[in-house]
Design a protein around this ligand. Structure first.
Ligand SMILES: *[C@@H]1O[C@H](CO)[C@@H](O)[C@H](O)[C@H]1NC(C)=O
Ligand SMILES: *[C@@H]1O[C@H](CO)[C@@H](O)[C@H](O)[C@H]1NC(C)=O
Ligand SMILES: [Zn+2]
Length: 512
């Protein structure tokens, strides 16, 4: 017997086999695009705001005057061994003058660490609540007016509603903002329930080896365990992320690691009239070229960078929103787009930067020696050892010696779920002060003092609510560093609210 399927039937079956999955896929993608929201809200919070975060004109004037004085002190870290100690000493005097309540309250214990760093211990009324800690740093990187500043970098000059000066966004806005918040709360008779610490480092810009390291040593010797640590790091981004509707606050839940690698080539010296096919410079140059050409692997999705986009997905317009709500399908599409720009490429892989290249002494002598330095910033899912192995296999030339000069692994990833106290307190506070923002986890490309705190807590966050608009990230360690006066006031209010929000005994349960 012959079974014959009519031609028409056959086409219908074929179409069904091919088109049905496509249709289902399409519906799933579209459905997720319009319903996807991973940015969950918690239930009702216990209200612990006793002192409402607002300032009257007189308080605003005092706030600004103190801040300007802080900016005017050139607390520069020139190098690990060279700091402006006279400015650091004057900064100490300024703190005592500006914050009389902080320095005299029976609730606050002040200690000087390594001459210029400060540790404040604020004792709460309920000693069984685990304390947290706020960090900031007093030192700044150098600044020269000749580089093109619109105002001298230590003038704190006011222009168009901004204060210009080195340290306005890195990081005296936190130093002064935190202490102003505490001063203000103490003035109003506030007693915290939950104890907390404030750590102000004086050498963050040169690795924190005297300030942060010794503050941690002291706390460790006292058996202190911290619920969470909040340091500077990420900010509120406004108009910076392409396609995103409205501002986003990124809370740093980790920091990239670093490795500085030295590459060297040694060959026999000789005269330039009878050169070999390859000189030490040529050998090293092709090694460096290979490192630049064959980039470290794209690791998008293997660190918290995936969560950044998923938690922002519902705030994007089409088609970004469709992509971010469907990373199960479009992950490689998004990672391909991200690696196209240097600033977003930094999030998806270990970056490679050749920073020094030295060889040769005379125009007619073949140099026997060539060296280059390469700085890697390591993605959360890799280690220093893995990066070194990749460097060797990429160069794959025995004549090039690869040597690790210094390095450290990426920082552990702090929790950021519905049950994580620190993350949720920071998120709630940011939304209390800036109701229009979306809060999401992020990764810090740079490093902070907080990396020394891993033995005291597993939850370290890096965030200050400084507003970054297009172009502002170049001001960081750059020319025309500035802060809007209103933004500085908001930062002070943020810390005032953060301290009060920290008084809840437990987090509310997530909405079901
Ligand atoms: C160091 O700070 C003092 C102010 O305390 C300032 O007068 C001096 O010029 C600064 N020195 C350098 C080298 O910046
Ligand atoms: C503190 O200052 C003194 C005197 O200037 C100096 O001898 C000492 O080394 C400093 N200590 C630290 C830990 O920096
Ligand atoms: Zn800095």
């Amino acid at each position: 017997m012959k079974i014959r399927i009519p031609k028409k039937r056959f086409f219908i079956i074929l179409l069904t086999i091919v088109l049905l999955p496509v249709l289902i896929l399409f519906l799933v993608v579209i459905g997720r695009t319009f319903t996807f929201n991973l940015n969950t809200e918690l239930g009702r919070w216990e209200n612990t705001t006793i002192i409402y975060p607002v300032l009257n004109p007189e308080q605003k004037d005092r706030l600004l005057a103190n801040f300007k004085e802080a900016i005017q002190l050139p607390t520069v870290s020139f190098s690990e061994t060279q700091q402006n100690t006279s400015a650091l000493h004057e900064f100490d005097l300024l703190l005592r003058r500006a914050f009389p309540k902080v320095f005299s309250s029976s609730l606050v214990k002040h200690e000087t660490i390594s001459n210029y760093s400060h540790l404040f211990t604020v004792t709460g009324a309920e000693p069984d609540l685990v304390p947290y800690m706020l960090l900031a740093h007093i030192d700044v990187v150098p600044a020269n007016e000749e580089d093109g500043w619109d105002a001298p970098p230590f003038s704190a000059k006011e222009m168009n509603g901004f204060i210009y000066g080195r340290g306005t966004i890195d990081n005296k806005q936190s130093v002064m903002g935190i202490l102003e918040a505490l001063e203000h709360l103490l003035e109003r008779g506030y007693t915290p329930r939950r104890s907390f610490y404030i750590g102000l480092g004086h050498d963050e810009e040169v690795h924190g080896t005297h300030g942060a390291v010794n503050i941690v040593k002291l706390l460790k010797s006292r058996g202190v365990k911290l619920l969470y640590v909040l340091d500077k790091g990420l900010t509120i981004m406004d108009g910076i992320i392409d396609g995103l509707d409205g501002p986003a606050a990124l809370i740093g839940v980790s920091e990239k690691g670093q490795a500085t690698v030295k590459l060297t080539v040694n060959t026999a010296p000789g005269h330039s009239s009878m050169p070999p096919r390859e000189t030490s410079i040529g050998i090293l140059a092709s090694a460096v070229r290979r490192l630049e050409q064959i980039r470290m692997p794209n690791l998008f999705g293997q660190g918290p960078e995936r969560a950044t986009f998923e938690q922002l997905a519902h705030k994007f317009g089409f088609p970004h929103r469709m992509v971010m709500a469907n990373l199960w399908l479009f992950s490689s599409l998004l990672s391909g787009i991200l690696e196209g720009q240097p600033d977003t490429n930094a999030f998806v892989r270990t970056t490679t930067a050749v920073t020094m290249f030295n060889s040769g002494v005379k125009i007619n002598v073949l140099p026997p020696y060539a060296e280059a330095f390469v700085n890697f910033r390591i993605h959360s899912s890799q280690t220093v050892d893995e990066v070194l192995k990749l460097v060797e296999s990429t160069i794959s030339d025995k004549r090039v010696k690869v040597e690790l000069i210094e390095g450290f692994d990426p920082l552990p990833i702090s929790y950021y779920n519905e049950y994580t106290f620190g993350y949720q307190i920071i998120k709630k506070t940011a939304k209390d002060i800036f109701p229009q923002i979306t809060v999401t986890p992020g990764i810090c490309i740079g490093n902070t003092d907080s990396r020394h705190y891993t033995e005291l807590t597993s939850n370290i966050y890096r965030f200050v609510p400084s507003w970054y608009k297009p172009g502002d990230s170049a001001r960081f360690h750059g020319v025309n560093e500035r802060i809007a006066i209103q933004n500085y006031e908001e930062i002070m209010l943020f810390f005032m609210q953060l301290i009060q929000n920290g008084d809840v005994r437990n987090l509310p349960l997530p909405h079901t």
